[in-house]
Design a protein around this ligand. Structure first.
Ligand code: FES
Length: 157
């Protein structure tokens, strides 16, 4: 799945139509937009408001409430670090601080290559701290392992 496609209003209209343009299905529609385009651009906010007969403030409110609905194009890779209890107990805060320093971005931020996001349990608690890179989960990740995994991404690109 490409997450950096340019926005296409026609495609967005098809996503809205798939949910019968029901305003109560705004969250599902936004999920469809993020799946297709990787983020919710301002043009999508305007279009969804028009097509669902909602105010822009209504759509903005939902977009800003859920961090999954990022409003900027993501990097080529999405790196999620688990912040839930078991992973915190095993050092995910320290790992997050390391990741932010190593990548030069803060949580929810992106550089050209990587978007860094929190996640709350990856179902991999027995192997804490856990991270997910794109669709793949990795367990027992310390700073050194994190650097190796990120280095592998750069080598693959
Ligand atoms: S708490 Fe991190 S994977 Fe479950």
């Amino acid at each position: 799945m490409s997450v950096t496609n340019g926005y296409d209003a026609e495609v967005a209209s098809k996503i809205v139509a798939r949910f019968d343009a029901k305003p109560e299905l705004l969250i599902q529609i936004l999920r469809g937009v993020v799946e297709r385009f990787g983020y919710v651009p301002e043009a999508a906010v305007r279009q969804l408001a028009d097509e669902l007969n909602l105010s822009r403030a209504d759509v903005h409110g939902v977009v800003s409430y859920y961090h999954d609905f990022r409003t900027e194009p993501p990097g080529k890779h999405i790196v999620k670090i688990c912040q839930a209890e078991a992973c915190q107990a095993m050092g995910s805060r320290e790992l997050t601080a390391h990741a932010e320093d190593a990548l030069g971005i803060r949580m929810h931020g992106s550089n050209d290559d990587i978007t860094l996001e929190p996640v709350y349990c990856l179902g991999n608690c027995a192997c804490s701290p856990a991270i997910m890179i794109d669709e793949r989960t990795h367990g027992r990740v310390n700073s050194q392992r994190f650097d190796e995994l990120i280095g592998g991404l750069e080598a693959d690109d």
